[in-house]
Design a protein around this ligand. Structure first.
Ligand SMILES: Cc1cc2nc3c(=O)[nH]c(=O)nc-3n(C[C@H](O)[C@H](O)[C@H](O)COP(=O)(O)O)c2cc1C
Length: 342
């Protein structure tokens, strides 16, 4: 039994009722999605989450169609439970990646990284997969539902990785009351089951967590990456800082390190060179954008947590130790059940 969370039959029954729409949609025991994380969410973590009753999602990231096909097959070899595939809409081979998912009869797809085109939505719906998309505002959530999207994910700025400007609690209040036709899953800053239960009570159908699963035993992230998560507190997970409004910076939440400090220096240098006429605006912008190229891989795969990008959400403060995925999920369910029974 977990600290502060005596499993309660009554609380569990209430939890099952509250997220039934989510579990029916996902086909999983619990409506807890393991948010896709590039370089992190591959066969091992995805199958472990699905085997533990949650819903794992493969992060395609920059994979080629062949690599994605192999990853789907390898995941199927490790679990007979449902899982999804997350594609980034900006991927240059998006069409071919969707073809791979169609060919592999993937049951659930997530399109991330910007609003999907009508063509991508039609292609995915065409092969019968259920499609989930991120909605940054209530208006865009309604538009996505009208375009045929089957479920919405709302993700607040507390989350790890690429973020929007609005917090999870505000998005939940703005979007949950108005999107009733499709399930809505809430992500960003969720570290405990009580938070999941409270979003369900507000009308969510389930929750998506990323940061907490990074330290799962089955997760292949480098030991240094996991140790950095265990050491960090919420305030170490900072959003990338833009120093000049003429040079936009993609907002990313990651742990403060040498890399995040150096990024500020590089921006200052580049702006000075632009002002001195040494670089065009376009060249300056490219130098800023290229700074983080390959940096997530360096941190996750090579363990360079000093200069790499250690993407993590504010819930990192609730990450205490490396544990089996099933323990993390059971703990979340026990906390949610205890909260609902209280
Ligand atoms: C290291 C890392 C990589 C991520 N990569 C992706 C990605 O490739 N696609 C995506 O849709 N979300 C990505 N995310 C966001 C997660 O899927 C998830 O929505 C988020 O982590 C939830 O918030 P939390 O970190 O507070 O739990 C990433 C998050 C992290 C921490």
């Amino acid at each position: 039994m977990f600290e502060g969370a005596a499993m309660s039959e009554e609380g569990l029954a209430r939890l099952e009722a509250l997220w039934k729409r989510g579990t029916d949609f996902l086909g999983s025991k619990y409506a807890i999605l393991g948010g896709a994380m590039t370089w992190v969410s591959e066969r091992h973590l995805v199958s472990a989450i699905s085997n533990a009753g949650g819903f794992g999602v493969i992060a395609c990231g920059g994979m080629t169609p062949d690599l994605l096909a192999a990853e789907i097959d390898a995941t199927r070899a490790l679990t007979d439970k449902p899982f999804g595939v997350n594609l980034i809409t900006l991927h240059p081979a998006l069409d071919e990646l969707i073809d791979v998912c169609a060919d592999k009869k993937v049951s659930h797809m997530v399109l991330a990284g910007g609003l999907p085109s009508g063509n991508a939505i039609a292609k995915i719906k065409g092969f019968g997969a259920k499609l989930m998309c991120f909605a940054p505002t209530a208006a865009l959530a309604k538009k996505l539902v009208r375009s045929g999207v089957d479920a919405i994910i709302i993700e607040g700025m507390e989350a790890g990785g690429h973020i929007g400007p609005v917090s999870t609690s505000v998005l939940a209040q703005e979007i949950l009351p108005v999107i009733r036709d499709v399930p809505v899953f809430v992500a960003g800053g969720i570290g405990r089951g009580e938070a999941i239960a409270s979003y369900l009570e507000m009308g969510a159908s389930g929750a998506q967590l990323g940061t907490r699963f990074v330290v799962a035993e089955e997760c292949i992230a480098h030991e240094n990456f996991k140790k950095a998560f265990i050491r960090a507190s919420a305030r170490d997970a900072i959003a990338s800082v833009q120093i000049d409004s003429r040079f936009p910076v993609i907002p990313v939440r990651a742990l403060r390190n040498e890399g995040t400090e150096k990024f500020m220096e590089v921006q200052r240098e580049v702006v000075t060179r632009f002002q001195g006429g040494e670089l065009s605006q376009e060249e300056a912008q490219m130098q800023i954008e290229h700074f983080w190229g390959g940096a997530l891989r360096r941190a996750v795969v090579d363990g360079d947590v000093e200069t790499g990008s250690v993407m993590a959400g504010q819930s990192v403060g609730m990450v205490k130790s490396v544990e089996p995925t099933a323990t993390i999920i059971d703990e979340l369910v026990a906390q949610a059940s205890a909260y609902l029974a209280a």
